[in-house]
Design a protein around this ligand. Structure first.
Ligand code: ATP
Length: 503
């Protein structure tokens, strides 16, 4: 798995999808730049989301609120007081860790031991193996599972009670050492706020302390009435927005999975109090279906319902994705009650209510939120698309099976040779198609190599112009996934490509 992940990162760089930020200065940790192909893939995923949320729902509208917001926003939202990670330093190695991640990694290691035992037993017993029975009777597994359960309970407790001393006690009790050196010489656990601060204004005394927004949602909440009134929206209705968010993450690893500057795609759905659970269920299902529509495979997704809820929520679930490093959160669906709007009413002194003509009363709506990281979506799509295939003739190819609808380049137009007027015809096809699709022209290298390059680049179609084209106005169209080649009239290209690439 680790190997696969390394290949994903290397491929993303080699094909102009993702570069480390300011690489010539040795980079900036957990900050990344999207290259010529990455920017297209990211834009296409964003558009695919926007279409399904805003265009397909008559009662959802968009918004683009500013990254800077009045600082009181973050007091009201709870981010100033509660948006913290518990930090711990190792005194010997001087390395810093998130205390919860240390414990979770430790728990995961025990889990891996269980999985190993199971794999071994499966091999030994063959068809006769019954996993449930093994889990409940094998002494080693039972002991380890008990340990996992105990850790989970204790971790939940210290997190819920914000018991920092208890956190340290837990790390000591479990005998967790520094992952790099093994040293068990820890500092106390303390809280670290994840928001980036900055200043607005030129002179030192009049400057105002601001934060870079850590989520896009608050821009939606503070504009709730603006949109509701000017758009004459009736509950239930939603406001969607995509945009940058910033978090000073401590454990910033796993490539674009956890970044310090990232992009979110969020939608806040405003509902009648008491009806939130109905909409929560609706959005869980609708969002999962959206993911499935990309065709990466049903087995790649699972729900994780939260037992432990954030201060603003009365129900929450994650859609988890099977990343190269295992199942991890891709999207959150949260029933946020009236927490945010009520808090903004309180701090701003302005009413943020809706007059419900059916009930003939005003109330602060409840909110169901869907929140997905665009970069995490990118990683999900990209990592599962990257495949190595052994072909019938024994050779192998690297192919990036991106869903055609989000692929950066929809078709490459290739003249078989660089002479006899073929380049001119190919260029004419490019000029024809470019109004509707992102297409490229490529005449370099033998045709086989050009096919392989487009396979690795994720381009769903290659269109080859040869000498027959000059006589009969037909070309060869090659499908990236099946490698099948068909002869088709140039006039049919548009509809053929549309069929596969339109959302
Ligand atoms: P995690 O538990 O992984 O830190 P979270 O629960 O804090 O995530 P939310 O606050 O619910 O995440 O944010 C919604 C979505 O934004 C997440 O599901 C994820 O896709 C994305 N996201 C959050 N933090 C980051 C980050 N540091 N880098 C990239 N994407 C992120």
């Amino acid at each position: 798995q680790e190997d696969k992940f390394k290949k994903v990162i290397a491929h993303a760089k080699e094909y102009g999808y993702i570069f480390g930020s300011s690489e010539i200065y040795d980079g900036l940790s957990a900050v990344y730049d999207y290259g010529q192909n990455g920017v297209e893939l990211k834009k296409n995923i964003r558009e695919y989301w926007w279409k399904s949320m805003v265009n397909m729902h008559q009662n959802i509208v968009g918004l683009d609120s500013a990254i800077f917001m009045h600082p009181t926003t973050w007091k009201a939202s709870g981010h100033v007081d509660a948006f913290n990670d518990p930090l711990i330093d190792n005194k010997d190695s001087k390395k810093r860790y998130r205390a919860d991640v240390l414990v979770e990694d430790f728990r995961e290691k025990i889990n891996q031991k269980i999985e190993k035992d199971i794999t071994k037993a499966k091999k030994r017993f063959g068809d006769a193996f019954n996993e449930d029975e093994f889990r409940s009777t094998n002494a080693n597994v039972v002991r380890r599972q008990k340990e996992i359960d105990r850790i989970t309970v204790e971790l939940t407790r210290v997190q819920e009670e914000n018991d920092l001393a208890g956190f340290k006690q837990l790390i000591e009790d479990l005998g967790i050492g520094c992952p790099e050196t093994g040293s068990k010489n820890w500092t106390d656990v303390r809280q670290f706020n994840l928001m980036f601060g900055t200043k607005l204004g030129a002179s030192a005394d009049s400057a105002m302390d601001l934060y870079l927004r850590p989520e896009t949602a608050q821009g939606i909440f503070v504009n709730f009435l603006n949109v509701q009134k000017t758009g004459r929206m009736k509950i239930p209705f939603g406001i969607a927005q995509t945009g940058k968010a910033f978090r000073n993450e401590i454990v910033a690893r796993q490539f674009i999975f956890r970044m310090r500057e990232f992009e979110q795609m969020e939608m806040q759905f405003f509902v009648r109090p008491g009806e939130e659970m109905k909409w929560y269920d609706y959005w869980k299902e609708t969002r999962l279906n959206w993911h499935l529509s990309l065709g990466l495979g049903k087995e790649k997704y699972r729900f994780h319902d939260h037992d432990k809820l954030a201060h603003y929520a009365n129900a929450a679930a994650d859609i988890e994705f099977d990343f190269p490093f295992g199942f991890k959160e891709l999207e959150g669906i949260h029933s946020r009650t009236d927490f945010d709007l009520k808090a903004h009413e309180e701090y701003s002194g302005k009413k943020l209510q809706f007059f419900d003509p059916e009930l003939k009363e005003s109330y602060v709506p409840y909110v169901v939120e869907t929140s997905v990281g665009l970069d995490r979506m990118f990683l999900a799509v990209f990592s599962s698309a990257l495949q190595e295939e052994v072909l019938e003739d024994g050779s192998s190819r690297v192919v990036l099976k991106l869903p055609a609808v989000v692929a950066p380049i929809k078709a490459a137009i290739l003249p078989l040779v660089k002479k006899d007027g073929l380049p001119e015809v190919a260029q004419q096809i490019v000029d024809d198609l470019k109004w509707k699709f992102n297409v490229i022209y490529d005449e370099k290298d033998a045709i086989g190599r050009r096919y392989r390059r487009q396979d690795a680049n994720g381009t769903p179609f290659c269109i080859t112009v040869d000498h027959d084209t000059l006589n009969d106005q037909t070309v060869t169209i090659r499908d990236r996934d099946t490698m099948e080649q068909k002869r088709v009239p140039i006039a049919e290209l548009k509809s053929l490509i549309s069929e596969k690439t339109d959302a």
